[in-house]
Structure formats: C-alpha cells, structure tokens
Ligand binder design. Structure first.
Ligand SMILES: Cc1cc2nc3c(=O)[nH]c(=O)nc-3n(C[C@H](O)[C@H](O)[C@H](O)COP(=O)(O)OP(=O)(O)OC[C@H]3O[C@@H](n4cnc5c(N)ncnc54)[C@H](O)[C@@H]3O)c2cc1C
Length: 429
C-alpha cells in the first residue's frame, strides 16, 4: 500500500501554481504536455498559442511573480487590437476617433442612442440590457451584440450581465472620451501593453513545472470515497492512488460525475456548459499579414478572432513566413466540430477577407474542449448547487477557470493557485 499523497488534477496554470507552492504533491494530467489552455504548439517551423495569451496582472505582486517564473524571456509588447467592420479596421478598445470612421448619420445615432439610454435605461439583467445601457443601442448593436453571440452561442438576452464587467471591464462611453482627452482612465484589462514570453505562453507552465512530480497521460477516471472524504483516485481506469488532499482543476461537470451526487446536483451540473473552440492555424507564404495582435470579426464570418503570433514575438515565426490563428467558437456537438480538418480550413480561408487562398502554404486544425465557462442567466444558481455539494467533501477543493467554472485569466489562476497551495501547506499536520 502506497502512502497517501496530496494530489492535484490538471497541469494547467492553476494546478501547477498550486503545486509549485505546495511542493509535496503529485500532479496528474490527462494530456501529453503541461499547460492546459495555456499551451503553445509548433507547426512546421512556426509557433502559436491556443488564441494568443497576453499576460496582464491587476496586481503588481502577481506581475513580479510572473516575471520571476518566466525569467529573461519576458517581452513587453505594445498592444494593438482592431475590429474588422464593413471592410475597415477600427481600434479596440473603442476610441473617440471612431467618429472619423462613421458617417454623420452613424455618429448622430451613436450619441443620440447613448444619451437616450442614460435617460431611459433598459430594465433587465442580461448582457443585452447592461451593455445597451452602457454604450447606447447603436454602438451595442454594431460592436458588441453579434460578436458576443458568436462567442457564447447564445442570444445576448440569455447571457449573464456579469460578462459585461468581466469582458468589457469598466469601459464605457464616458471612459472612452476621458481617455481620448487625458490619456488616462481606461482599466487594466485594456492596458496599452502586455507581457509575453518570447517563445510563447508555454514558457509559463513549463517553468512552473520545474521540480514537480507530474504524471502526464494520466486521466482521472474515478474517485473512491469514504464518508465525506475522497480516499483514492483512479487513473486511466486502472491504477489507484491513495490521496490526502485533492485539488481538482478538471471540468467541474466531469468531476461531479465521479462522485456519488444526488440527482438534483446532477441536474444542475448538466445545465453548466462550457463553450469549445476550434483553432485554425494557417501558415502563409509571406512574412507578414497585419500590424495587429488581435483582429475581431463581429460580422458573418464563421470565426470570431484572429491573432498573428509573429507580432507578439518574432521568435514565433521563422522570419520568412508568418502564421495566423483563427478561433471558431462552437460546441462539440456542432456540425463544424465534426467536419474534416480540410473542410474547416477551406471554409476559414474563403471567409477571411484580406487573404488569397494562394497565399496559404499549409494549415493545421486543433479542437479545444472546455475553453470558456458559459455564463448564462442561471449559471450562478446551478454552480452553487454543484459547488456546495463538492465542498461537503472535506479534503476536496476545486480551483481555476475550468475547475472553478470561472471566467478567469492567467493572472487570477496564478494568484488563486498560489493562495490555495499556501493554505493547504499551512494546514498540513
Ligand atoms: C482562446 C483563449 C484565449 C485566452 N487568452 C488569454 C489571455 O490573453 N490572457 C490570459 O491571461 N488568459 C487567457 N486565456 C485564459 C487562460 O487560458 C486560462 O485562464 C488558464 O489557462 C486556465 O488555467 P487552468 O489551469 O485554470 O485551467 P486549464 O488550463 O483548463 O487546466 C485544466 C487542466 O486539467 C486537465 N484535465 C482535465 N480533465 C482531466 C482529467 N480527468 N484528468 C487529468 N487531467 C485533466 C486538462 O487537460 C488541463 O490541462 C485564454 C483562454 C482561451 C480559451
């Protein structure tokens, strides 16, 4: 019989930062590499992340921690994001200069509908209500509605208002005007610079992994419980490991299936959904595609966002050729998920303005499950039911974006992983 150990499920940023603090633990990861959503892939001499991963810390202590972990490889990059709308590029976050891209009728509509909503706000608690009140009907319809629906696969009336704060932070018309006049007032999420490791975001999980006991290709397929404790984990339907404390960063919906949950908890768990993602990486025959880090496509294109890794770090390309990565937000049961790679790539190429098919040298397609926890109108209630049940196990802790069903970025994952690791370390006998 082996001695029981502290066990962490998942070697993403959350699991690894918890393990790095706790030290005395084993990390089980079902994939063949560490990093989870923060991974970097290599394709024929070029590299790309699962959607570019910029690091912006809301807390200076976290930025210091990030710099310490990734060391000399860190680059400070001046952000350039744009929205592709009606054949034109518009800077994002929206700037007051936007009025130069509008015709007089559009400018009038933007200001009138904004003022109108200040006087007569919509009553309701969805993304649609809150974003319309913040920007006015015209800007909301032109810039936020279609893109948001594309990302979440839901009508904006069915999306929680929390996403306005999470995705748009405190950006509002007033702040946009203030920023234009005084160059201050925009929040950190829209910081004009971000940090990025020169070889891609994978530097972060790879560095965090140093010295840790990590078992790759180890899918947690079962849990053995006694009373209100998890006593063993089952790996790949075969080996059992006795566990002391158990931290899970795997999808909460899958974790609950491994426990003997009452039917009402299971009913709530099936209502919690994650949005999946297809990344289409195109290797181009030319050295350069655009100036931008990100380009957002709120229009009819099947993809929502593009990033060009070479603009994040020159090390991501071979110098002569660049690559672009396009994100298709979908569910794993959608037809597009099941389509052949070649069909997906061809559809993306046909849909992409600014590119001739003859400029594409090669492509690769990745399917990423559980990319975004979906904040629908009921998610809080369902999450509470499930997490209350999980917390009835005295040695089981959920953590992270996927594990905690929380729309958090890497800085928060680092902070919360570190904090839980510390707490568990201090509570050890
Ligand atoms: C397209 C996209 C772009 C993003 N861009 C940014 C950005 O620019 N900046 C930023 O800060 N953040 C960004 N993020 C968010 C960032 O990726 C996450 O905050 C972070 O990677 C989450 O880490 P995590 O460890 O909590 O979860 P995950 O990365 O999901 O890790 C969970 C791990 O658990 C493993 N696992 C699952 N089930 C099992 C099982 N049964 N057994 C064993 N292991 C299992 C998974 O394989 C995975 O490795 C982005 C996310 C996406 C999807």
């Amino acid at each position: 019989m082996q001695n029981s150990k502290n066990i962490i499920i998942g070697a993403g940023i959350s699991g690894l930062s918890c393990a790095a603090e706790l030290k005395d633990c084993i990390v089980f990861e079902k994939e063949s590499s560490v990093g989870g959503l923060s991974r970097t892939f290599k394709f024929k001499g070029l590299s790309f992340d699962i959607g570019g991963h910029r690091f912006v810390a809301h807390n200076p202590e976290t930025e210091r921690l990030f710099r310490k972990i990734v060391g000399k490889s860190v680059l400070k990059v001046k952000r350039k994001s744009r929205i592709y709308r009606k054949g034109k590029f518009i800077n994002y976050p929206l700037e007051i200069g936007i009025i130069f891209d509008f015709n007089p009728l559009e400018t009038f509509s933007a200001f009138i509908t904004y003022l109108y909503r200040k006087l007569k706000p919509l009553k309701g608690q969805s993304f649609m209500h809150k974003a319309t009140n913040r920007f006015g009907d015209y800007l909301y319809n032109e810039f936020f509605k279609d893109y948001t629906q594309k990302v979440w696969g839901l009508d904006c009336k069915d999306i929680s208002e929390e996403l306005v704060n999470t995705r748009l932070q405190n950006v509002s018309m007033i702040r946009v005007i203030k920023y234009a006049l005084f160059k201050k007032g925009l929040v950190k999420s829209f910081a004009s610079t971000f940090l990025y490791p020169d070889q891609g975001i994978a530097v972060l999980p790879n560095s965090l992994s140093q010295g840790l006991d990590i078992r790759l290709n180890s899918d947690i397929t079962g849990l053995v419980c006694a009373g209100n404790k998890v006593t063993k984990i089952v790996v790949n339907n075969a080996q059992e490991y006795p566990c002391d404390k158990l931290v899970s960063t795997m999808p909460i919906t899958e974790l609950v299936n491994l426990l003997n949950a009452p039917q009402e908890v299971k009913n709530s768990a099936v209502k919690l959904k994650y949005r999946d993602l297809i990344c289409v990486f195109l290797k181009l025959k030319k050295p350069h595609f655009s100036e931008s880090h990100w380009i957002y496509f709120p229009g009819k294109q099947m993809f929502g966002r593009l990033h060009e890794p070479k603009n994040w770090s020159p090390e991501m390309s071979n110098g002569e050729q660049t690559g672009i990565c396009l994100e298709i937000f979908c569910h794993r049961y959608d037809d597009i998920w099941k389509a052949e790679d070649e069909e997906i790539a061809n559809r993306v190429i046909n849909d992409l303005p600014l590119l001739n098919a003859s400029e594409v040298d090669d492509f690769c397609v990745l399917r990423i499950t559980n990319a975004y926890p979906v904040y629908d109108l009921d998610y809080r209630r369902n999450f509470k039911k499930v997490s209350d049940f999980i917390s009835s196990y005295e040695n089981l802790f959920i953590l992270g974006r996927t594990g905690g069903f929380k729309y958090s970025n890497m800085d928060v994952c680092l902070e919360e992983g570190h904090a839980l690791g510390k707490l568990l370390k201090n509570s050890l006998p």
